[in-house]
Design a protein around this ligand. Structure first.
Ligand code: AHR
Length: 531
């Protein structure tokens, strides 16, 4: 992926920069500044805010206990939603939330989750741990959660065990403004106005947990579903997302795009960063070697190639339509915390996860001409979560802070960047990664956000950031997230929830169309250039 140990970039104006990487041991600062260039004259487009989307499944303690505790809980809540969690998530400006799965979606029958709670069906969540599902969190509760968060809803329909009629009824229930059996049922359940849910997923992982289907069979089903999912209001057209591939299965993308592309708006893609090579040993969230750290970062960086190759296959299959790529499951998938239910996928979240989030968000932004949405898995208590809870206590993870530091990219104009980098990795190991990873964007007011990741686990890196084609700036400030002494393995605990938090960067020196700063080892920085 990275062919040379030395990196040469030809910057505009014919300049050529060349640096030898210099690594002399733990915590040694490199002597020479690495150069970063922001080209205000080139952009691939606007970063869809939905790239900062989230995913919440009926899995473990994501919904129950994490987001929703019910109105009678002693934990402070508004209409059943945890006040502390909702308040923290509101700070992220979450644009869109995907629900109810994941795999759970393909066993979920939405009518079980409406009407008086006392008469809702209790059943077993056979997908995730065989636990009791009392359906107290259903469509109305999900829409209430979205209202409190101020985000759009993305509902994933059931193709695996559902029917076309069932999903059509769900769309009608949510979106029909006039008189109809489903709209009347919604009103009977206390919601007069339609919610106008825009985003609808047609099944989940249909090649696997969604029914082990072949691409042709799923595509025929998808065409049938897509044909009957109606727009009930011309000013609120629905957006149909076909169940796409996982990882490197480019053939699935190509075939499904060929067969369904005319009837849907986008295809999904799932890619998890899993350090271990065996499913039973994915790797600990907080105890890992240097080699595992670099393997994790190497695998996270593969997202770039995945996006480019899946997009190329979609364009080849469906040249006349700009099908979107919706990466509706991504993030780290690690071993569960000791002593927790293995089916609940509860993992800690360290600085390493923060770096994975940061490079992915940089990559999504730089591919905003094809990536129209992304949903990190999952919002609370599951996989790479923003928030962990323990009874009434909660903490914000390092990943949460990355989403907060990066939120200025939402809806901004992506800017082309060039970074001089050195290839780094564990001694003698094959997996090498560039030491710096950068993206930049400009908002409607001319303010520029530059997000830079220092992937080195032991070297701080002085950076010199130059730009061209941008307005004059009145101030340049920065924030940095790092694990200090604990490095990549630093994390927050319920007893010490503020261990890893962003701090102001005080070492910024401003020049002409440039500034310098020093990035600590294993850190994520966000610079705001104020117009
Ligand atoms: O996010 C956890 C699970 O991972 C989802 O339910 C499924 O779609 C994927 O395999």
């Amino acid at each position: 992926m990275y062919p040379t140990e030395k990196t040469i970039f030809s910057f505009p104006f014919g300049l050529l920069f060349f640096h030898e990487p210099q690594f002399t041991g733990p915590h040694i600062q490199e002597a020479m500044s690495m150069l970063i260039f922001i080209n205000g004259n080139r952009s691939v487009g606007t970063i869809n805010k939905n790239i900062y989307g989230h995913f919440a499944e009926h899995l473990g303690r994501c919904i129950y206990g994490g987001l929703y505790v019910g109105e009678d809980s002693e934990i402070p809540n508004q209409n059943g939603m945890r006040t502390d969690v909702v308040n923290a998530l509101k700070e992220l400006d979450i644009p869109v939330l995907r629900w109810p799965g994941g795999c759970f979606a393909d066993t979920y029958h939405w009518q079980d989750g409406i009407g008086p709670k006392s008469s809702r069906k209790t059943l077993i969540n056979t997908t995730w741990g065989g636990v009791r599902e009392d359906n107290s969190f259903g469509t109305h509760e999900f829409m209430e959660l979205c209202r409190q968060l101020g985000c759009e809803a993305y509902i994933n329909g059931n193709v695996g065990t559902g029917t076309v009629q069932e999903m059509c009824d769900w769309v009608e229930y949510c979106n029909m403004p006039g008189v109809s059996p489903m709209a009347d049922l919604r009103r009977q359940n206390g919601q007069d106005a339609p919610w106008n849910v825009k985003y609808w997923g047609i099944g989940n992982e249909m090649w696997g947990g969604g029914g082990n289907m072949r691409a042709d069979y799923y595509s025929d089903l998808c065409r049938q579903y897509a044909s009957f999912l109606r727009d009930y209001d011309p000013s609120h057209k629905i957006y149909k997302i076909a169940s796409g591939a996982c990882d490197f299965n480019y053939d699935w993308t190509q075939r499904v795009a060929e067969l369904t592309g005319a009837l849907v708006d986008a295809l999904s893609l799932h890619y998890y960063t899993i350090p271990g090579s065996e499913w039973e040993h994915k790797g600990s969230a907080t105890k890992f070697s240097r080699e595992e750290y670099y393997i994790t970062m190497y695998k996270a960086l593969q997202m770039k190639g995945l996006i480019e190759n899946h997009t190329a296959r979609m364009r080849q299959a469906c040249p006349n339509k700009n099908l979107g790529l919706v990466i509706d499951e991504w993030g780290t998938w690690l071993d569960v915390e000791e002593g927790t239910n293995p089916h609940f996928l509860y993992q800690q979240n360290a600085m390493r996860d923060a770096l994975v989030a940061a490079v992915n968000l940089n990559i999504f932004g730089d591919h905003c001409d094809s990536v129209v949405m992304a949903n990190i898995a999952q919002t609370v208590n599951v996989l790479q979560a923003m928030i962990l809870t323990d009874g009434p206590r909660m903490l914000c993870t390092p990943t949460y802070h990355v989403f907060h530091m990066f939120k200025g990219h939402q809806g901004a104009r992506q800017l082309e960047t060039y970074a001089e980098t050195a290839l780094i990795g564990a001694d003698g190991a094959d997996c090498k990664v560039p030491n710096l990873h950068v993206s930049a964007s400009e908002d409607h007011n001319g303010n520029v956000l530059v997000t830079v990741v220092n992937l080195s686990d032991h070297s701080s890196v002085p950076v010199e950031i130059h730009w061209d084609g941008l307005s004059k700036f009145t101030s340049i400030t920065g924030q940095v997230l790092s694990g200090d002494g604990a490095g990549a393995a630093a994390y927050n605990t319920f007893d010490n929830p503020h261990q890893v938090e962003p701090k102001a960067l005080t070492n910024i020196t401003v020049g002409t169309n440039s500034f310098t700063s020093l990035l600590p080892a294993c850190s994520v920085a966000a610079f705001t250039l104020k117009a």
